[in-house]
Design a protein. Sequence first.
Length: 694
Amino acid sequence: MEKSLILLTYILVGLGLNIDSFQFQSRLNYCEISQQKTTSKSKIIYVSLNGNDKNNGSIDFPIRDINFALNSHSFTEPTDLTIFIRGGTYEITKSISVNDCKKRNIQSVQIRSYRSEIVKITGGKSIDINSFRNVESNFHLSRLNRDLRVASLNLDSSSLAGLAPVGNYGYGKPKIAPGTEVFIDQRPGVLARWPNNSELTIQRVEHLQGKSNNLRRVQFSPTSQGPQNWGRSRDVRIEGHFSMAWTFDQLAVGKVDLEGGEIEVRDQTPFGLYESNNSARPELSKSKELRSFHFYNVLEETDSPREYFLDIAKKKLYLFPSLGLKKSNVEISLMSEPLLKITKTNNVQLDGIQFSVSRGRAIEIDSSKKIVIVNCDIRNLGLQGIFATNSSDVRIKNCKISNTGAEGIVIGGGVRKLLIPSCNKILNCEITNFSRLFRCYSPGISVKGVGVTISGCLISNGPDQAIVVDGNDHLIQNNRINKVCYDFGDTGAIYCGRNPSATGTVIDNNIFEDIFNRRSSLVSAIYLDDGTCGLKITNNLFYRCGRTSNEFGAIFVHGGWNNFILNNTFIECPIAVSSTPWSDRRWIDSFIRDTSSIRKLTIDVDINAKIFQDSYPHLRNFFDTTNLHVRNNTLSNSLILSVNKLAVGSGLTIHNVAALDAKKKPGILMNGLRRDNIPAKVMNWPEWCGFRKK
């Protein structure tokens, strides 16, 4: 099928037909064809906490282990296997594996909750509340506030294998399973920190002579209610913004002088460590509002509801309960592997399962096709909710993903060199409170490859981007994105950049609201960074996006060109669109002479290949330095209400701008023209956007 599609594409190009329209239609047809299903016999197996792996798997005699139910059967003819899981919490210590099922004549696999019973698969362990005791030893009471009630639990148990110390996260560091976390009443607890609700500024950084090259003395701002004594606390950490607005790091601390406001920092950061008011370079000046930090992993600071401290060496957990222990549900994460892995398998459906409490990710999909994840609740993880690579026809639908340590979803597939679409889709999902631990460049959705659709989703409450786009021909449509980018600068709710071959994506009919950072004006709703080309931004609503900045509008184009910004509405945005073109010299140095860029453009894909040249005419003659393209973008048919400036910068061709009259009914333009369904604060914006929750 894929070879036929490629051949047909080249035939149409040779006939001079419109390859753009064909590719869009062929993508639809290709994806529809890929959903065809063969007829097989069926086998149903039931799993229950009350089961036994020696049973036959019937509803009356269920199996106990999900992995056993999946992998203990082979069939003599093609068979569709359905696993019904009865209600309850399944604490697992190794991944549930769906691997190369075709070898066992299994044509499809369904794993479903039985009749909507609540099924929870967890890589953690629930802690018996009755095991907690109040801290009473003089040693601990001398270190803790006597007015506080802190509970401790002895974790010395063979069933708690997987306990891990605090991880080392930060910009550019690998995303591996973090340390054990504590979850209280279905939400992440807070690792004991100081200050509890504010940050410390960096007043001075001194590189210590005669010491390790990484060792620095850092002076921080004193506070009137600072801690008095941290006793023998070990492995104290700091985390925060230490250099650029787009970075966030966690660092190990050596000596701590609380009274003098000094610490010694052992770890290194990719871009250095600077005073909060350092303006020596433009990028440092733009980041100074964010540069600050706090301490964490300090036993003595377990002083607020939901805070905890985990002493791995002594296997003790200290917890400050919010509602009293008798009313709390406490779980700890242990498992570092994915809860469920799908590898080299086609036709798998997961329906109505909750995946939660794990140090790793919930679901990992690799080299598979026709995977459906529907009505699942994925939460309280150290890494991603769903991680799908090298796979096609993946459907993630009506799922809730929350409280992930890294991205909500990472998804990629298709063949970029040949522009073969992946047909992967994320539909009607809610992705909230993501990137809790790996805070920078861990968006709600990271999309790669070719032809991924994100539609009807709510993406909310993340410190950095909602969606990071790489690859080609994606469709981002009918989504609602709000309250993201609140802890970073030089960023955007939808971000793409640094690769002109990653083109052809459409961002259509979405709502962006409350996209700003109170401490940085360098935030956009859509950020086309560092040479992004050939995107279409159409029919979107931008409400309260950005702050007063002459550089970052609700939409910001940085160095890119041939982007079309059409039929968009901007309400209460200081600047609608901003553009900062690059000089010819910067363009040549960044993309035509830079070896890493050349690799992206000619090795990872080949923009000189016929399929790229015909699909994206703006990439023709890309490497011709004697006749460089005029790098311009188009802004057309914009509607604005309470916008200070429509456009800032150059490199924009502007057509047809109309200002809405706030005193008239929504949909009425001041110049007498009318466009239906123009939103205002009183309108039902999700309905206008086509946003549907089911």
